[in-house]
Structure formats: C-alpha cells, structure tokens
Design a protein around this ligand. Structure first.
Ligand code: PLP
Length: 393
C-alpha cells in the first residue's frame, strides 16, 4: 500500500488479501482451462475448482444447495439480474425498494419504471432504518419483488432483513437483498433471513474485482428469472459467458477468511473506529455522526464504518487539506451545482450536515498507528478548513 496515503475507503473497495492471491495464482496460467471444456483434463481441473468454490460459498451463506450460487461479474450485475430478471419474467407489477439503496438498485428500478413497472421507494428514519409497518402498508397484491439492502454503503446502517424476509415470505412476495457491504462483515445467512435473492461481490471482502454472486433460492414453484446475458447457457442458464475461474476461486477463499475472522475483526474495527471518533470530536466539538450511534447500537452499524459531518466545513474543502488520507464524500460542488448524498437526504439530516459529511471506512489492514496518524491529519486539516471568527474591535 501507498505509505504516503493512508487508505480509509474500505467501502469503495478492499485490497486483495495476499492469502487470496496465492490461492488464485495457479488458475491464471497453470490451470487456465475453460470449465465448459468437458472433454479434457484442462477443463476438468477448472470445473473442479468452480464446483469446490460454489460449494464453499453456499455453505458460508447458509444456502442448502450449491446450485443456488450463480457467479457473475459483480454486485451490479447480480442486482440487475435479480430485479430485472424477476420483473421481465413476470412482465408487469409493483416493486418495493428503499430511498437509500445503492445506485445499482435505484437505477435498475428507475429503468423498470420507464418500462411500465410501478416502484415504491420506502422512506428511512434519521438513522437510515426502514419502518417494517410502512413496508407492510405499501405491499400490494401485484407486488412482485421487495429489494432492501442489508447494510448501507455510506452510513453503515444494518437493516433487519430477517423481518423483511419473514413479511415477504408470508405474503408470497420475492425478497432480494443487496448484501454487498454486509457479507463477510456481519452475520449473513440466507435461510435465517428468508432471503430469496441476494447480491454481493468479492472486492468488498478482500477478494478480486470482477467477480460476484447472485444467490437464487431453490424452491417450488421455481423462481423464474429472465437472464440478461444469452449465449452458452452457463450458470444454469442464468448467466451465459465463460467463467472467471481465478476470480471465483478467489471469491470463495476471501469469503472463507472473512467469515472465519469476522468476530475478532468486528471487535478490532469497532475499537479503532471509537478511537478515531473520539479524536475527531475532540478536534471539532460540533462534529456529528451520521447513521446509528455506534456506542448505543453497535450491532446495527457496520463495524468499520464512520460517517461524520463537520458542520460549517463543506466536505470538499476539508478533503482539500487531507491529501494523506483516502476517504470519500458524495457531496460535490461542480459547475455551480451542489450535489449531496441521496442517503443523507433521505435521512433528513439537513443541508449543512449533508454537505459536510465524510465517509471513513476502516478495514483489515488499518493499524492503530494509522488511526493515530489520521486523527492528527484531521486535526490539522480541520484547523485550516474551519471558518475563522473575525473579531471586530
Ligand atoms: C451496497 C452496494 N451495492 C452494490 C455495489 C456495486 O458493486 P460493484 O460496483 O462491485 O458492482 C456497491 C459498490 O459500491 C455497494 O456498495
């Protein structure tokens, strides 16, 4: 990693873990076969690796059958396949989702709206939680799918997806969850959560980019999805295209490591977050946290997530003084147009808070020393960026 710049943007992506890289390596050159080549040992070797990875992923997320795991190019493709797949297979109907979803879900829903589907976008409260009673209220006899993300990528809010799943199952409505930020970080079990469809991607849990999963529950009657890609009929007819074998092997290895280390890692990340948050508050007493209070509701927020507003300092201005830290902001003021996070807007935190919000993502390779240094970088940057009070004498 770049020693000049401390990486705290783990929600955007994570570096490949060396342990994962070493497992993937032989599949680039030595075992390069196409798993669809059924007539020779090159193909058999690749096919065996994919089968093992599929079984491992199924087991780690509580799927009952490895054929419920569909490998894709990432979460965006998985989400599109799930939501468009259901909608296009049904032909018409009503979809429910949430205002704070990732654009992969929101843009897919908007695309479907333009094609005659009706979509309800649920509100959230000031911490980003949906209201199950509101969800129950908006469900209709023609609702075909409900899509609620497991954990939010900006403010870390963890929704009660088991409650959403139970309600959908009771009504016979399909439930999709975008579990991209949750998998490997918080407990995720498709059976316990009554999930029918789930999307996630390897690069959020120290696996490779370009490889994701769509979980499709095997049930009777079968969940019918219209595939987005047509061709060789790979992935049980749901996703044609030659499989990314190194990526699939890496995804399974990364998921296994993340699940095995999850409990200790949760504790470690929560502690680092607490140290940083205390330091930021000390440097800027008006700083305010966006999303669930990590001290009061630790189980309802992603352990490595910190989203802080520094009212009075536009995020872009503060970032300008923070060139040794890689963090993120959605707030932007380009060509005179102010853009703020749709998540913070839906949470009704107010314009000033939304415009000054910075997302900090702490992860596997963040050390206590990094946190100390980042706290100091913020202290200096806040001092430079803070509006000066000019005394009139
Ligand atoms: C919650 C969520 N869903 C979907 C995605 C899309 O993932 P990808 O760009 O890897 O397809 C992301 C990526 O940031 C995400 O955070």
């Amino acid at each position: 990693m770049d020693s000049e710049c401390i990486y705290l943007d783990y929600h955007a992506t994570t570096p490949l873990d060396e342990r994962v890289r070493s497992v993937m390596e032989p599949y680039f050159v030595e075992y390069f076969g196409n798993p669809a080549s059924a007539l020779h040992r090159y193909g058999w070797k690749a096919q065996a690796a994919v089968t093992t990875a599929r079984r491992k992923v199924a087991e780690l997320i509580g799927a009952t059958d490895s054929q419920e795991i569909i490998f894709t190019s990432g979460a965006t493709e998985s989400v599109n396949t799930a939501i468009k797949g259901v909608a296009l297979a049904r032909g018409s109907g009503h979809i429910v989702t949430v205002k704070t979803e990732h654009s992969a879900v929101l843009d897919t829903c908007r695309w479907l709206e333009h094609r005659g589907f009706q979509v309800t976008y649920l509100d959230v409260d000031s911490e980003g939680f949906i209201d199950i009673a509101q969800l129950e209220h908006v469900l209709r006899p023609d609702t075909i799918v409900v899509s609620v993300m497991h954990a939010n990528n900006e403010v870390g809010t963890i929704q009660n997806i088991a409650a959403v799943g139970a309600l959908c199952r009771e009504r016979g409505i399909l439930f999709h969850t975008d579990a991209t930020q949750a998998v490997g970080k918080v407990p995720f079990n498709v059976a316990d959560s009554n999930v029918d469809l789930a999307s996630f991607t390897a690069h959020k849990f120290y696996g490779p980019k370009g490889c994701g999963v769509l979980y499709v529950r095997k049930c009777m009657p079968r969940i019918h999805l219209e595939p987005l890609l047509h061709g060789g009929g790979h992935e049980f007819g749901l996703r044609s295209g030659t499989l990314n074998v190194p990526g699939i092997v890496g995804l399974a290895a990364a998921l296994e490591i993340a699940c095995h280390e999850r409990i200790e890692e949760t504790q470690r990340l929560s502690q680092l977050r607490q140290i940083l948050w205390s330091a930021l508050r000390q440097s800027y007493p008006n700083a305010v946290i966006n999303g669930p209070d990590p001290e009061k509701q630790p189980n309802h927020r992603l352990p490595g997530n910190l989203n802080v507003s520094f009212p009075g300092i536009p995020a872009e201005r503060l970032i300008g003084f923070l060139d040794s830290v890689a963090v993120s902001t959605v707030s932007a003021c380009g060509s005179g147009e102010h853009k703020v996070s749709h998540v913070l807007e839906a949470m009704n935190v107010g314009r000033e808070r939304a415009e000054s919000a910075i997302r900090i993502g702490i992860g596997r390779f963040t050390t206590p020393d990094d946190i100390t240094r980042v706290a100091e970088y913020f202290r200096v940057a806040l001092d430079k960026a803070a509006p000066r009070v000019v005394s009139m004498s």
